[in-house]
Design a protein around this ligand. Structure first.
Ligand code: NAD
Length: 416
């Protein structure tokens, strides 16, 4: 597969950006035409409710593919600096390794910008969701991309993934998944002096300032954590509430969580279910107060986990520090803004977050002090053009929009 990608690289890199844009637009159109089939496949593999699969698991990657069709056509692949012309050229062959939580989005967020940049790709998708990846490969073929520009290799992480990450014919490894594997891939890439992009975990804070609309902030905050059964790296899994509003916020969260019992799908597999349940047990053991859900499986069949809310969580507890990747919310108490900031920034992660306040300017002033790559202000919507990626151990590099495209480019300066 790497050989095929190398073979296809010179011609694809030399294809005018407008033509690359046309192929990516055609790919988007095939995804649109096959969206029902893709949504059903995501539901079959991941277990997400069909409506979520249609709206998010297929809707988001269609939007992202569309954004790169436009960006490929409009991006400035050449710039002038004084007496130099700087050419932005494709990095080369990309090895993409993706997780199962948003199976198609994670693929498109790497493959679409790589193709827009003029790179060729070998994809190793997660072993839990290979059929979604297979459908994507069919879509690439139907869209008329030249042979070898995109290649799919399914297989297990430590076998197929590791072989791809360590391959000398790969110029850039783009990985999304766990911090442990990301660290290993970063080390391998560093030793080979090759480019690497890492999208890792998160433990994002949802900071509710005293002037905020508390009910709205809590309701949106709970929905954010429960969506996709908690399997979202950017989920706001720590809710920070002022001491004076703490009991009210907990009551609101309990009420909100009760709505998700029927609505929520299972987690991806037995291992993930066990992992989430053991985190819930750990929360109880370390003295957090369980106010909704718990470690018991709510149904006999399927890998379901109850929507779970913990109160009286303190910053040093395991459930306030480690990524659980399940429907588990921790509510923490703060005394004043300085305390809230210290707690919010007090993990190894920095992927996303939220700030709620009566005035936007107050929320923005707080958000600017957060060590994190994205912050939603008063419930700001997901923007597929905004750079997405981590501060600290949440990763290296950015995906989406023009920042995501520039990850796949290298610069050459010509002086006149
Ligand atoms: P993982 O990191 O093991 O898997 C992600 C991808 O990496 C998969 O394609 C996998 O096959 C591959 N991989 C695994 N080992 C590899 C290796 N040694 N070399 C190269 N590739 C390898 O993640 P997981 O086991 O599926 O999930 C475990 C935890 O990771 C989750 O509970 C969650 O905390 C986190 N996670 C984060 C994200 C995210 O979006 N940031 C996504 C999925 C999982």
């Amino acid at each position: 597969a790497v050989r095929a990608a190398r073979g296809a690289l010179p011609a694809w890199a030399a294809t005018p950006p407008a033509e690359r844009a046309e192929r990516i637009a055609a790919l988007r159109d095939v995804l649109v035409a096959r969206k029902e089939e893709i949504a059903e496949t995501v539901t079959a593999e991941l277990g997400s409710p069909l409506k979520l699969s249609q709206a998010v698991h297929v809707g988001a990657p269609i939007a992202v593919a569309g954004s790169y069709a436009e960006l490929a056509a409009s991006y400035a692949f050449e710039e002038k600096v004084g007496n130099s012309t700087v050419h932005l050229e494709p990095v080369g062959v990309v090895g993409a390794i993706t997780p199962w939580n948003y199976p198609l989005h994670q693929i498109v967020a790497k493959v679409a910008p790589a193709l827009a940049a003029g790179c060729t790709v070998v994809l190793k998708p997660a072993e839990d969701t290979p059929l979604t990846a297979q459908l994507f490969a069919e879509a690439v073929h139907e869209a008329g991309l030249p042979a070898g520009v995109f290649n799919l290799v399914t297989g297990r992480g430590p076998v197929a993934g590791q072989a791809l990450a360590g391959h000398e014919g790969v110029d850039l490894v783009s990985f999304t998944g766990s911090t442990a594997v990301g660290r290993q891939i970063g080390a391998t890439a560093g030793a080979a002096v090759k480019r690497v992009a890492l999208e890792l975990g998160g433990k994002s804070a949802n900071v509710i300032l005293p002037s905020a609309d508390l009910a709205k902030a809590v309701n949106v905050g709970v929905a954010n954590v429960m969506s996709n059964s908690g399997q979202t790296c950017s989920a706001w899994t720590r809710m920070l509430v002022h001491d004076s509003q703490y009991d009210e916020a907990v009551a609101l969260a309990v009420e909100a969580a009760a709505k998700y019992g029927e609505r929520m799908g299972p987690v991806v597999n037995a291992k993930q279910q066990q992992r989430v349940r053991s985190y819930i047990e750990k929360g109880v053991a370390e003295g957090a107060r369980l106010v909704a859900g718990g470690p018991e499986a709510p149904r006999d069949q399927g890998y379901f986990v109850s929507p779970t809310v913990f109160a009286d969580v303190t910053p040093e507890m395991t459930i306030a520090q480690e990524e659980i990747f399940g429907p588990v919310l921790s509510i923490l108490r703060y005394e004043d803004e300085a305390d809230a900031l210290r707690i919010a920034n007090g993990t190894v992660y920095g992927l996303a977050g939220a700030v709620w306040a009566g005035e936007v300017t107050e929320a923005v002033a707080f958000a600017r002090q957060l060590d994190t790559g994205q912050v939603d202000i008063n419930g700001g919507r997901f923007n597929p053009l905004a750079p997405f990626g981590g501060y600290k151990q949440s990763g290296v590099g950015r995906e989406l929009g023009s920042h995501g495209l520039s990850e796949y480019l290298q610069t050459k300066s010509l002086q006149f």
